[in-house]
Design a protein around this ligand. Structure first.
Ligand SMILES: CC(=O)[C@@H](O)[C@H](O)COP(=O)(O)O
Ligand SMILES: NCC(=O)COP(=O)(O)O
Length: 245
C-alpha cells in the first residue's frame, strides 16, 4: 500500500503570519501522525518563508513515522540533513526565489553536482530521493547516480487530470515501471488532491509514497485535520483497490 506523507509547510506559513507559535508546527506533526499520517514532510527553503531550519531540528527526534526533508542541497541544507538524519531526504532543484517547486532534476547535466551529495547522505544512512519528471533518460540518470528513489513531480498530472481523468497518469505509470526495473523506489508529489489522488494511485504501479501538503492543509480548513488525513488515506485505498493486479 502507498504511504501518505503529510507536508506541513503551510502550517508553518500560518504560524509565521503572526510571529508567534500558533499553530504549533511540532504538535500539528504529532497529531497528524496520530490521525493516520504515515510520514511527515517538510521543505525548508533558504528564505524560511514557512518551515524554518529550527522546525526541522525540533521535528527530527519527535516524528515517529517517516521524516522526509525536501530541499535544494546547498551547504546549509546538507548540514541540516546530516545533523537531523531524517529517514529520507528528497533533493529538489528549486532556486531560492521560486514560488513553489516547478521542475525536476536534470540528472545528466547535474550529475557531477549531485553524485557526491547523494553519496554523503547514503553514507549517513539516509535514503535519497530525487525530484524528477517523467523523462526516461533522466530517470536512468537518477539510478546511475545511486539514488534510492525518485519522486515523480506530479503538477502536470494535476493540471491534465481535469480534462483527461485517470489517463493523465499514463506517463507516470510508464516512469514508475522503468524506475522499478532499475531498482528505484517510487514516490510522487506536488498538487495531488482529494480530486485526483485515487486515479493516480490506481494507475501508477510500485508507488511507495505520496507526499501531499498544499491541498491537504487547505482541505483541513473545512474538514478538520483528522477527517482530512483519513479522507486522503481512503482515497489511496480506493485507488489501490482499483488497480489491475
Ligand atoms: C517538492 C514539492 O513538490 C513540495 O515540497 C513543494 O515544493 C512544496 O513547497 P511549498 O510548500 O513551498 O509550495
Ligand atoms: N513533495 C510534494 C510535497 O511534499 C507536497 O507538495 P504539495 O502537495 O504541497 O503540492
Amino acid at each position: 500500500m502507498t504511504n501518505l506523507s503529510v507536508n506541513i509547510n503551510k502550517v508553518a506559513t500560518l504560524r509565521n503570519a503572526r510571529g508567534g507559535n500558533v499553530p504549533n508546527v511540532l504538535q500539528t506533526a504529532l497529531d497528524s501522525e496520530r490521525f493516520g499520517a504515515q510520514g511527515i514532510t517538510v521543505h525548508p527553503r533558504p528564505d524560511e518563508r514557512h518551515i524554518r531550519y529550527s522546525d526541522a531540528r525540533e521535528l527530527a527526534p519527535a516524528v515517529t513515522t517517516e521524516f522526509n526533508i525536501e530541499g535544494y542541497p546547498d551547504e546549509k541544507f546538507i548540514s541540516l540533513v546530516l545533523e537531523t538524519k531524517p529517514a529520507q531526504v528528497t533533493l529538489v532543484p528549486d532556486g531560492p526565489d521560486v514560488l513553489t517547486s516547478n521542475a525536476g532534476w536534470d540528472t545528466r547535466a547535474h550529475a557531477d553536482f549531485l553524485q557526491p551529495i547523494i553519496q554523503r547522505f547514503k553514507e549517513a544512512g539516509i535514503r535519497v530521493s530525487l525530484f524528477i519528471e517523467t523523462d526516461e533518460d533522466l530517470i536512468r540518470g537518477a539510478a546511475e547516480l545511486g539514488a534510492d528513489r525518485i519522486e515523480l513531480y506530479t503538477e502536470a498530472f494535476a493540471v491534465n487530470h481535469a480534462s483527461m481523468g485517470a489517463n493523465a497518469a499514463t506517463p507516470y505509470a510508464k516512469s514508475a515501471e522503468l524506475a522499478h526495473s532499475l531498482g528505484l523506489g517510487v514516490n510522487a508529489g506536488h498538487d495531488l488532491s482529494l480530486d485526483n489522488l485515487a486515479d493516480f494511485v490506481a494507475m501508477v504501479p510500485h508507488l511507495d509514497e505520496v507526499s501531499i501538503g498544499h491541498a491537504l492543509i487547505s482541505d483541513a480548513l473545512y474538514l478538520g485535520l483528522e477527517n482530512t488525513i483519513q479522507a486522503y488515506r481512503r482515497q489511496i485505498e480506493l485507488g489501490w483497490n482499483r488497480r489491475e493486479h
